[in-house]
Design a protein around this ligand. Structure first.
Ligand code: AMP
Ligand code: MG
Length: 390
């Protein structure tokens, strides 16, 4: 049995970085920028009014000063002339500041009579002008790798970059195994249950940035499992769920070995999730997850996340743990790292009294996994323990 961190290292070695593809800006949200990109222009490309008002010369700005209005500048429409002393141009937010002007008096501070304006109040020191290139300059870079967020998309659009180099989403195939499983919406027989963690894992992997194919459920026969594996082509990672222990009906190890899987490891010193296996089938990475719903989901957080991050060229965020004080005591831990469903509220952590790895309702209530290292001594109320946010 290997440790969680050894398993993680071995899993990362099974991963291959996906290729770079060009995608339109409209599809960029959540994707991983793979190469540095550069702004195509200055923003703003000209000095622009930041407020609606009157463009004048700063030197002439004082209370009661009068100006003659000689024209108008609106967003998209420059005033083509040059301002002379004593002149003003009506200007609107986003319009280019006319030549000769270097100050915008906001309209609230001005009284207007026909073509004459008078500054009524002291206009303050701000020139109300956005300088040319004040947001970014041509050639300014956005570095990679970077997970693109909506604000990045807006910036990249302003930089006039309609196509972006991103990592292809890793394609993951999920194979559920078990005679007892029926798809949600199906008609379970009296001895059957619904395949659940399959869909939890699909959602989770999509959150991590993968594209997920849910393959038909494999029954507990070698032939059925082989058929399911045969459907898993043109993918980066195949994940089986269940059938990974050593029961008579646990066929994943045997069938994957028959199909040429080179095993990296089997069994990890953790709770839940001990019967985890991994290896390579040709170019495809393979992970065999335990079937218990909570075990499968916990393994997703601990192991599948860094794998997908690695394939996307992101630094895999190994155990980014936080700490919080316990609201109660926790017994000492055995030899396996224990990931306990817990709730963190206002900096304090409460571990759920129910830790059975089949309880999805407890997992859904939790917002954290409390992490007890192997052989941790008992913890007292108020002690700090580590946790992962889920
Ligand atoms: P196994 O690892 O196949 O022995 O499965 C362990 C437990 O997890 C059994 O109670 C299975 O019924 C359950 N299980 C296996 N796969 C799934 C699944 N995809 N969704 C929900 N429960 C499952
Ligand atoms: Mg099974």
């Amino acid at each position: 049995m290997i440790s969680v961190s050894e398993a993680r290292t071995a899993l990362l070695q099974l991963c291959t970085r996906t290729e770079i593809e060009q995608i339109p800006l409209t599809q960029a949200n959540g994707r991983v920028l793979a190469q540095e990109v550069r702004a195509d222009r200055d923003q703003p490309p000209f000095a622009a009014a930041a407020m609606d008002g009157y463009a004048v010369k700063r030197d002439e700005v004082e209370r009661h000063a009068m100006f003659q209005l000689i024209g108008e500048a609106a967003a998209g429409h420059r005033f083509e002339g040059t301002l002379k002393p004593g002149q003003a141009v009506r200007i609107f937010t986003g319009a280019p500041v006319p030549d000769g002007a270097d100050f915008v008096v906001i309209q609230e501070d001005v009284e207007r009579k026909n073509n004459l304006i008078t500054i009524r109040d002291h206009p303050g020191n701000s020139d109300n002008i956005r300088p040319s290139g004040g947001d970014f300059r041509i050639g300014q870079t956005i570095s990679a790798p970077r997970i693109l967020r909506p604000s990045d998309v807006a910036l990249l659009a302003a930089m006039n970059l309609p196509l972006l180099p991103v990592r292809r989403r890793p394609v993951v195939a999920l194979i559920s195994t078990g005679d007892e499983l029926v798809m949600p919406g199906g008609s379970p027989g009296p001895n059957q249950i619904i395949a659940s963690n399959t869909f939890g894992l699909k959602a989770m992997l999509e959150d991590f940035g993968a594209k997920v194919l849910v393959l038909p459920i494999a029954r507990d026969s070698e032939a059925s499992l082989k058929t399911a594996f045969s459907l898993a082509h043109d993918i980066d990672l195949v994940i089986t769920i269940g059938g990974a222990s050593v029961g008579d009906h646990d066929l994943v190890a045997k069938v994957s070995a028959d199909l040429g899987m080179q095993r990296a490891f089997y069994k990890v010193a953790m709770r839940p999730g001990k019967p985890l296996m991994a290896g390579r089938m040709g170019k495809i990475a393979m992970v065999g997850l335990p079937g218990n719903p909570v075990s499968a989901m916990v393994c997703g957080h601990i192991f599948l996340r860094p794998m997908i991050q690695n394939m996307l060229g992101l630094p895999a965020q190994h155990g980014q743990m936080q700490t919080a004080r316990l609201t109660h005591g926790v017994p000492g831990n055995g030899p396996r790292e224990h990931y306990m469903r817990a709730t963190v509220l206002e900096g304090k952590i409460t571990v759920s009294p129910k830790q059975d790895s089949s309880l999805l309702s407890v997992l859904a209530e939790a917002n954290a996994l409390a992490v007890l290292p192997p052989n941790a001594p008992p913890a007292q109320p108020g002690d700090r323990i580590q946790y992962l946010t889920i």
